[in-house]
Design a protein around this ligand. Structure first.
Ligand SMILES: NC(=O)c1ccc[n+]([C@@H]2O[C@H](COP(=O)([O-])OP(=O)(O)OC[C@H]3O[C@@H](n4cnc5c(N)ncnc54)[C@H](O)[C@@H]3O)[C@@H](O)[C@H]2O)c1
Length: 272
């Protein structure tokens, strides 16, 4: 009997090592039933995985993205409605938020990764990084917050990065802008903690998304470049987008009701 248990234990261990834990979780307990959530940059990557995970937990999800072609992939997905939204367009943000009822959850996911050190960064790149990675979150929060406050509750989740906390080579603009996201998050959390609105940030390590592949493809040897990204992570592999989504679901749900102003690392051990 003991032997069987041990053998089964080994099997489980072996299957985990073979990557079975990378499969998407299929079970749902409807932890977000009754909540309305909006996700920016939900067309692919972490935003899409999070929108789908929140919908699977019963939330009514507004999946938004600047690219309408990517939003077409939501056709027929239960609990998801889509809207084209460019988070660099303040008028478009305000118009959409005027039309929508109060949100319970806002996931500010849109962002862009610039490569290079400070001596290669241009003013235009600085502006773009801060407009997309930081100012868009400011605009979204400012547009969403009045209805959340009137509703006496809400959870705002901002996409930061491990780069906002730890210095990584060739990530000057990205690190600076993602660190600003953490400051923005804590500030909003401090101002509205007594009024039922929580605000937290997620800080992933390297996640295998379409834009990561684009960053890899610009190297002369993309295979070696991918190995370099993997080598940065003590856990020995890249994350998949659906491994970040459960943290977003947790922060969106009432399970995190006592949590605000935090920056959650989910990074394969980079910040150990
Ligand atoms: N992939 C990673 O390794 C990683 C790690 C840490 C943090 N992040 C952050 O996660 C977020 C998503 O990255 P990803 O790699 O999952 O996705 P991605 O970069 O592959 O996709 C980005 C999405 O953003 C949309 N988008 C671009 N500009 C937009 C705009 N102006 N308005 C609205 N949508 C816009 C695109 O159409 C696309 O659907 C970003 O903020 C990124 O900085 C990514």
């Amino acid at each position: 009997m003991l032997l069987i248990v041990q053998v089964r234990g080994l099997l489980v261990k072996k299957r985990r090592m073979a990557g079975l834990l990378l499969e998407k979780p299929k079970e749902s307990n409807m932890r977000l039933e009754g909540k309305t959530a909006l996700v920016t940059a939900a067309g692919q990557g972490i935003g899409k995985a999070s929108a789908l995970a929140m919908a699977a937990e019963g939330a009514q999800v507004w999946a938004t993205d600047v690219n309408p072609a990517l939003l077409a992939s939501y056709d027929g997905v239960a609990h998801v409605r889509t809207a084209v939204l460019d988070v660099l367009d303040k008028q478009a943000i305000d118009a959409l938020m005027n039309d929508l009822p109060a949100l319970d959850v806002l996931f500010n996911c849109a962002g862009f990764v610039h490569a290079g050190p400070v001596l290669q960064a241009t003013d235009a790149e600085w502006d773009f990084a801060f407009h997309l990675n930081v100012r868009a979150q400011f605009w979204m929060i400012r547009a969403v917050l009045p209805k959340m406050l009137a509703n006496q509750g809400g959870s705002i989740i901002n996409m930061a990065s491990v780069c906002g906390f730890k210095g990584l080579p060739n990530r000057f603009l990205y690190g600076a802008s993602k660190a600003a996201v953490i400051g923005l998050t804590k500030s909003v959390a401090a101002d509205y903690v007594a009024q039922g609105v929580r605000c937290n940030a997620v800080c992933p390590g390297t996640v295998d998304t379409p834009s990561l592949q684009e960053r890899i493809n610009v190297f002369d040897d993309p295979v070696e470049a991918r190995k370099g990204f993997v080598a940065r992570q003590p856990i020995g592999r890249l994350a998949q987008a659906h491994e970040i989504a459960p943290l977003v679901v947790f922060l969106a749900s009432d399970e995190s009701a006592f949590v605000t102003g935090q920056a959650y690392h989910i990074d394969g051990g980079i910040t150990i």
